[in-house]
Design a protein around this ligand. Structure first.
Ligand SMILES: CC(C)(COP(=O)(O)OP(=O)(O)OC[C@H]1O[C@@H](n2cnc3c(N)ncnc32)[C@H](O)[C@@H]1OP(=O)(O)O)[C@@H](O)C(=O)NCCC(=O)NCCS
Length: 166
């Protein structure tokens, strides 16, 4: 493994991340949410157009995770106006899971959060996403809240809010 995590700086890289997001979301979420909801969420949160707006207008950054130069995962982050740092996305292609890469990704998130002067990192995770929840708990995140968010078109996100104290 030759893992490099770098900020996404160009439109071309962001388009590459959008393609990977489409692939990963359609692989990992069946059984947790419906195909219709996956299509909808990819379009409103992870399409190139959506991510471009998040980066340019909403304070988000994306980090590309490459193994030997090949894109295999991505991270979405956003510093909040208070003392919290939002881990918006943490996604790794299936064939790269189980090798500790997510631990490296999370270390990078904590480092970015500390550099931004924040005292905690929070995220939302679907209540039925058992593997991600296990990884977050093992890393030291705890459940802070249960939330149901209406995302339009008849869909809701049924999530835990999890928090990590830096
Ligand atoms: C969530 C995700 C990024 C985790 O990646 P991963 O490759 O499975 O995680 P890692 O192998 O790096 O494991 C991270 C740590 O958790 C531990 N771990 C992994 N699975 C575990 C489990 N089921 N129970 C307890 N600990 C676990 C690992 O041992 C590792 O700790 P270590 O580095 O101290 O050894 C990956 O599963 C993924 O992309 N899933 C699909 C997308 C997704 O659901 N993203 C999250 C949306 S909120």
């Amino acid at each position: 493994m030759d893992i490099i995590i770098e900020k996404v700086c160009s439109d071309e890289e962001l388009k590459e991340v959008a393609e990977l997001a489409d692939e990963i979301w359609h692989e990992c979420f069946p059984g947790i949410i419906s195909e219709a909801q996956i299509d909808y969420m990819v379009e409103i949160f992870q399409s190139y157009r959506a991510m471009k707006s998040q980066v340019e207008e909403q304070g988000y950054s994306y980090l590309a995770v490459r193994d030997g130069g090949e894109l295999c995962g991505y991270i979405g982050i956003k510093p909040e106006n208070d003392d919290r740092f939002f881990l918006s996305k943490l996604y790794l292609r299936k064939d790269k899971r189980g090798h500790g890469i997510a631990s490296e990704m999370l270390k990078r998130v904590f480092s970015e959060a500390r550099s931004a002067g924040k005292s905690s990192v929070y995220l939302t995770v679907n209540k039925h996403n058992d593997q991600a929840i296990a990884v977050y708990k093992k890393t030291g995140f705890t459940v802070a809240e249960l939330i149901v968010t209406d995302i339009g078109s008849g869909f809701v996100m049924d999530d835990y809010v999890m928090e990590y104290k830096l």
